[in-house]
Design a protein around this ligand. Sequence first.
Ligand code: UD1
Length: 362
Amino acid sequence: MKILSIVGARPNFMKIKPIYEELKSRKLDQILVHTGQHYDENMSRIFFEDLELPKPDVFLGIGSGTHGVQTGAMMSRIEEVLTQEKPDLTLVVGDVNSTLAGAISSIKMQIPVAHVEAGYRSFDMRMPEEINRVLVDRISQLLFAPTEDAVENLMAEGIMKKRIFFVGNIMVETLISHLEKSKKSKILEKLSLEKNSYGILTIHRAENTSDSKKLIGIFKVLSKIENKIIVPLHPRTMKILKDMGYLEKLAGNIIIIEPLGYLDFLALMSNSKFILTDSGGIQEEALMLDIPCITLRENTERIVTLKNGANILVGINGIKLLKAIDDLPNRRIKYPKPPLWDGNVSNRIVDVIIEQQELLAL
Ligand code: UD1
């Protein structure tokens, strides 16, 4: 059996790692395709290095663009690769434009699709990632759900039960297997940080960066708190702050740095006091690391992080944000961990791929 996996953006790389290793250990034929959606050294190559992933077999070099330009360019190139490689299954992960492009190109060529991280829903169609999630799940033959609520979402959309597999959270497997290695990171020394004394901010989502006044408002609010806030800045946000002439004005407790690799970021998160983010995966990583998370969004598809008390939503509202930071617990709390968020997720996924081949017939 030949499996072609498609990755492209930063949050894909940690999700493919354990699956890549599991397919390899079972001696299945696999091809790794990188669309090039993310191309900066610190958004892509460093992750391959940190995760010890091999160089992709195919690199498409697509780069940035509007959603239509980017997704369309990926689809036309992926189609060529699929024509040449003729895989039995295309595997896509997460909810980025590379995920959507891979899934559509594949199903149009009657090659079945497996989606890892199926069923997450924010129910907010203004989010490009939500559109990607809904469409990819609708056209996938094997749907690997990270949580029980994701399974329920898929069932509510009428997806056949036999195609849905509750396997747990793939990113958690990567986190568990890299935690020890991340302890060797020198990032705290480099930034002169004391353990448990600082917050982290990551902010890049279109809905938060499109209104630069709101974005700057968040930085202004954060400059009022006493903790240091480390901000590994996504290139999109960096560009906006630079264009506004605001980057030079940031001083005091706000420390802007380049985006970090996987191991340094894991070390930075593990030793932080709190995390502020508009990312999806970081909400889950915070829960696993028992670090309180404050999410700068109105909604989340990662419902379990709210249910388990590890995360709260404040939107892009400065007052709510300050109150949430004020209300943070003084001592570390051990949050309950969702079922199957463990080190065996890739094992369960590859079992299904091998055992359920009749589901691949279109
Ligand atoms: C994408 C994902 C988002 C994910 C994020 C992680 C979609 C729809 N969104 O958003 O879900 O959380 O990746 O980072 O796929 N840029 C660079 N260098 C890079 C990559 C991007 O400079 O290596 C800049 C470009 O100016 C580009 C902008 O960032 O226009 C946006 O990049 P894009 O990949 O379209 O989306 P992200 O915001 O990164």
